[in-house]
Design a protein around this ligand. Structure first.
Ligand SMILES: Nc1ncnc2c1ncn2[C@@H]1O[C@H](COP(=O)(O)OP(=O)(O)OP(=O)(O)O)[C@@H](O)[C@H]1O
Ligand SMILES: [Mg+2]
Length: 363
């Protein structure tokens, strides 16, 4: 005779309704994060939790909360199998995102910017892209620095040329990241004589004429400064949010304020601030705060921008940029890599929190 489970799907749903997603501050059922609930005749339970970022630092905590809740509220349940998977949310519920926006298959476009030059924007953008790709996310990276493109060198692709598919450019790909840079298309010397409008239209082409296909995150490595080009990019590209990179130095921070104001003026959410070149660790383990102490963190707090962490000065970070092997790939287990990866996971987390907040505002 066929037996039926005595535990019901409704009981499981009820139990999971009391599990909160700690960042999004709602329960898993309201957030539609539970799929494929299955019960067998022995009351074994299985289901899938769909997280909003593959890099979710709260994964284990959420999984355990599901098990605890079912154990408490549905004591007849036998084995409980929780499958954890992820689907990155899109920023397309933002107020500035109309449904005719270009790049519909790109869920989130993230600027990495700073008013100041040489603070490590490109270094962070490259390592962020690679770190996110390593978690299984689909990632693209645009070098928006037309006058001084650095992505080709940082990926060891100085001589690579993208192919065309009909009228569109197929992005190059390395280390699991799709790439586009003006450096792949023309000689760098030619770019130096470009005028502003030409530069803006080139950037627009990176959006409209490159076959990005489906992406969870498209990262835009901004050029230094807060001039016309930066403003045009900020206004024409449907950015999900911006990350500010700075060193702790006061001079840098004055320029950084300008970048912060620029994004605020056009309502681009500030996802967070990364303090790069925070200190240099001496052989005896003490830290030399070459560019000042915690300047970036203090600035982030006073501006109300989430602080994503500090990255020390590390010779191997510079070498990774020069030799085309992004640092987090070349030195995956070092303390500096951990700092970069932690900041990158925090970026993914801020994107999903920002998307959830905007969805709420517009629902
Ligand atoms: N944490 C770090 N430790 C050591 N070197 C670093 C670190 N971060 C960046 N660098 C080095 O500092 C230099 C400037 O970094 P990067 O090119 O990433 O800055 P940027 O802000 O993109 O500059 P630009 O404004 O010219 O675009 C590079 O040589 C890079 O390798
Ligand atoms: Mg750069």
């Amino acid at each position: 005779m066929n037996r039926m489970p005595t535990v019901t799907e409704a009981q499981i749903i009820a139990a999971l309704s009391s599990v909160q997603e700690p960042d999004l501050k709602k329960d898993l059922i309201t957030l539609a994060m539970v799929e494929d609930i299955a019960l067998d005749t022995d009351n074994n339970v299985s289901f899938t939790v769909v997280l909003t970022t593959p890099a979710c630092p709260l994964k284990e905590q959420i999984k355990q909360s599901c098990i605890d809740s079912i154990r408490t509220l549905v004591p007849e349940a036998a084995a409980i199998v929780v499958n954890m998977t992820s689907k990155v949310t899109s920023s397309c519920s933002h107020h500035h995102c109309n449904h005719n926006r270009p790049l519909k298959e790109v869920k989130n476009i993230i600027a990495v910017a700073s008013g100041k030059g040489g603070v490590g924007k490109s270094t962070f953008a490259v390592n962020l892209a690679v770190a996110l790709a390593k978690t299984g996310a689909k990632v693209g990276l645009v070098d928006a620095d037309l006058y001084g493109p650095s992505i080709p060198t940082m990926f060891g692709m100085q001589n690579a040329k993208p192919e065309m598919a009909e009228k569109n450019i197929v992005p190059l790909e390395k280390y699991g990241v799709k790439l586009m840079s003006i450096g792949f298309l023309i000689e760098t010397e030619t770019a130096l004589i470009w005028r502003g409008p030409m530069a803006s239209s080139a950037i627009k082409q990176f959006i409209s004429e490159v076959e990005w296909k489906e992406l969870d995150y498209l990262i835009f490595d901004f050029p230094p400064g807060t001039g016309d080009i930066q403003l045009t990019i900020t206004q024409t590209i449907p950015l999900s949010g911006a990350i500010i990179v700075t060193t702790p130095q006061d001079v840098a921070l004055a320029d950084v304020s300008k970048a912060v104001s620029m994004f605020r003026k056009v309502n681009v959410p500030l996802l967070g601030l990364v303090e790069n070149m925070s200190y240099y660790e001496l052989p005896d383990g003490t830290k030399d705060f070459i560019f000042g102490h915690h300047g970036g963190e203090i600035f982030a707090r006073t501006q109300g921008i989430p602080f994503l962490g500090e990255i020390p000065i590390d010779r191997a970070v510079r070498e990774g940029g020069d030799n085309g092997i992004p640092y987090v790939l070349g030195h995956p287990d070092s303390a500096t890599s951990n700092a970069i990866i932690r900041a990158s996971m925090e970026v993914a987390r801020r994107v999903s929190i920002t998307n959830a907040e905007h969805t709420e505002e517009h629902s």
